[in-house]
Design a protein around this ligand. Sequence first.
Ligand SMILES: Cc1ncc(COP(=O)(O)O)c(C=O)c1O
Ligand SMILES: N[C@@H](CCOP(=O)(O)O)C(=O)O
Length: 467
Amino acid sequence: MKYVSTRGEAPELGFSDALLTGLARDGGLYVPREWPQLSAADIRAMRGLAYPEAALRLLTPFIGGEIPEAALKRIVEEAYATFRHPAVCPLVQTGPSEFVLELFHGPTLAFKDVAMQLLTRLMDHVLTERDQRVTIAGATSGDTGGAAIHAFAGMERADVFILFPHGRVSPVQQRQMTTCRAPNVHAIAIEGNFDDCQALVKAMFNDHAFRDRVGLAGVNSINWARILAQIVYYFTAAVSLGAPDRPVSFTVPTGNFGDIFAGYAARRMGLPVERLIIATNENDILARTLATGEYAMRPVVATTSPSMDIQVSSNFERLLFEASGRNADEVRASMESLRQSGRFTLSADTLSEIRSVFGAERASVAETAETIRDTLAASGYLADPHTATALKAARAEARPGEVMVVLATAHPAKFPEAVEEASGVRPSLPPWLEGLMEEDEEFAVLSSDLKMVEDHISRHGRAALRE
Ligand SMILES: Cc1ncc(COP(=O)(O)O)c(C=O)c1O
Ligand SMILES: N[C@@H](CCOP(=O)(O)O)C(=O)O
């Protein structure tokens, strides 16, 4: 299996190189050269498999033999043994044909653990084989950072630097990043918003001298392996609900578009996914894009679902590439226009292709609170604000007879104030995280300045300390 860049000007890579490369050297994102295909019989044969078995089956064709089967099996089993639910990603029924797919049973209570627990083990395997070290730079609006810090803490071959927007993540999210004492992980509060953090990370990748000097790698969803891991739960959920003999739709709380792109990938592999509904908060750039055909940035507003307070939705580039018939010229022109003017217009064909699969809905802060309250009253289910945006979207879009799976991307206890204000119920952290809020924090505060951040990384990485 080879991987190609959405901008068409970077070398094709095998799985291990794509895993360690993060952003392609032409600024694009890697996608598989072709989508492995599963027949209806293959999908039916997944019924009754445990989550790690399903994961192993689905990951194997993407890895192209670069990791021996026994090692991959061990990696997958160890990754999902960190989850505290026997099903790993269980389904909960909340309405006659509405199901919530709970993705938050991992160590940091967000869906990011599903991919990050795998990513750290895959990287460790490849780095050990190659006797190599990396410096990881990541941007977070709250959840990726905690998941990455937890997953990579203590890993000998990686130094991890996580950039988060100062004052714009929830207190629980912040402490999950700032209380880890492992010497290889570093939290950096950036004076700016998530888009500034993400722009800094991409700028570091595009600074080839710095990138090569520190051996830069990425753990954001620019890294193909993040998306790959997330494909699995679309299959396990759909199969439990009757796929391939019954089509299923998914509604996904969306920011950087990685999670929902994994659903699109599952569909391209043959899973009968009827529709994918993008749920946004008031940072509704994707809902506006689907409505108007124009991707046009506006200032980010702070909401009660802070992990989705994003305007530059990285993985939309992967969808543009696919929906335009893999037209790297169109992708490059769109991304250049975005860089220069903060907007681009989709071609009529690309827009119509996207609309044939995707719908989109926006939920305001008030609607999100109302959905948390109504869902609790109607079904006894306590949703976090991100999940609630998707419940609202799913209900607005629902068609008679359609089986709708709503992705629950975070545990409500990560956002106790917003949940309590909406519902009157204050969710508490699970026992293994009790005491988190009392621990001492350690983090740097930097302005949104590339040179300053690069200097900080150069000075604090262990590779630098040893020189
Ligand atoms: C809780 C939560 N929900 C939804 C999202 C949006 O997911 P994505 O960025 O993959 O679209 C995020 C951040 O990624 C998140 O942390
Ligand atoms: N919502 C994310 C933002 C980063 O997204 P990623 O999926 O590209 O890592 C977060 O919580 O950090």
